[in-house]
Write a protein that binds this ligand. Structure first.
Ligand code: ADP
Ligand code: MG
Length: 348
């Protein structure tokens, strides 16, 4: 069938809300609309974000996956308040990131967001113990009871027994757990992690991701993990794919009827203006280019090529073979015929 049928997602499921386009509500923790970031320098412009749309609900754990250079760190730089977009809108926990004053931006970084970076050395001070690193972050955030709270956080991350070690006495996975404790020190509304498992082996990565998942569940902190590693999607319910500085498709994972195996469903993102990106595979399969035909049906939208693709050659109609009158020639090898119904049966 040479068409793609798109139908409202709620109609099929009646449960997920992946409305990437609607106005923020108090339930929305992160909202980016048509976000653009252009780096310019030495006469060259790089469009790192090209109209990115993303909505993350409060308490959600979301992975953003994309190839190197797709704009992931640029997005996190903006969400963390370190960088400003060229155009578009970005709102985190009710703050409009484009209109923050210097003072508000500092307050935002101190009290609203927590970060975890890929490079473990960027997360921790090497000459402080795990406990001291967490206590220092708590005191920078101006929170009381540093000692009790740091013990609580290190216990939550299952590294309470390693509190007195400095980073060089900890494995990569343990260092990232301390980094997660540090990132939670200011009781952030939103936790942002840039390739938090990028320097870990597969088994340790899986452990750290499970720890992040349990922190998300227990503390209810909205968590965004960006990574180039597709395996991360196995640890989260919602994965958003980023391609060329835009979100393209989303995968939702839910547990199947047996409660053990997860079922993944893929969706495409539609922005506020109604634009959506078709998966590259669909485009090439149906040879879609330049323009497509759209038809609004009662429950879905049909997308088909503007021109019908060249149809495959039709095999000649079958006629029963009849020998010429008075001849004893046997029938020709029928297997030489190409295609047509019943070919398989006849060749066997
Ligand atoms: P990712 O984290 O997905 O690998 P980045 O957000 O780091 O991608 O980069 C997106 C694009 O922007 C890349 O082409 C990168 O080279 C470019 N870029 C990133 N930071 C800068 C910068 N400070 N100046 C110029 N170009 C940059
Ligand atoms: Mg990056």
């Amino acid at each position: 069938m040479n068409e793609i049928v798109t139908e409202p997602e709620e109609r099929r499921h009646g449960m997920h809300r992946i409305d990437a386009s609607t106005a923020e509500s108090t339930e929305t923790a992160i909202s980016c609309s048509d976000l653009v970031r252009i780096y310019s320098g030495e006469g060259v412009e790089v469009q790192a974000l090209q109209g990115l749309n993303l909505q993350v609900s409060r308490g959600e754990l979301v992975a953003i996956i994309g190839a190197s250079g797709s704009g992931k760190s640029t997005l996190l730089g903006i969400l963390s308040g370190l960088d400003k977009p060229t155009a578009g809108r970005a709102n985190v926990a009710g703050r409009d990131l484009l209109s923050l004053t210097r003072k508000q931006r500092l307050d935002y970084r101190r009290h609203v967001v927590g970060f975890i970076w890929q490079q473990t050395e960027r997360n921790l001070l090497p000459y402080l113990t795990a406990r001291e690193n967490v206590m220092m972050a708590i005191s920078l955030a101006g929170a009381p009871n540093g000692s009790a709270r740091s013990a609580e956080l290190l216990d939550l991350l299952e590294i309470g027994h390693l509190s007195d070690r400095v980073p060089s006495q900890l494995s990569g996975g343990e260092q990232q757990r301390v980094a997660i404790a540090v990132s939670l020190a200011n009781e952030p509304h939103v936790l942002l992690a840039d390739e938090p498992t990028g320097e870990l082996d597969d088994a340790t990565s899986a452990e750290v991701l499970e720890v992040m998942r349990s922190v998300n569940r227990e503390l209810g902190v909205t968590t965004l993990i960006v990574t180039h590693d597709p395996a991360v999607s196995e640890h989260v319910r919602r994965t958003v794919l980023i391609r060329d500085g835009r979100t393209s498709t989303e995968v939702f994972r839910s547990h199947g009827d047996d409660g053990e195996h997860s079922v993944a469903e893929e969706f495409t993102v539609i922005d506020r203006s109604g634009r959506l990106q078709l998966p590259a595979e669909y485009v090439s399969r149906l040879q879609l280019r330049d323009r497509v035909r759209l038809e609004l049906e009662q429950t879905h939208v049909r997308v088909s090529p503007a021109q019908s693709p060249v149809p495959p050659p039709v095999p000649p109609p079958e006629r029963p073979w009849t020998p010429p009158a008075g001849s004893s020639v046997p029938p020709p090898e029928r297997a030489q015929r190409v295609g047509g119904p019943g070919t398989e049966e006849e060749t066997s």
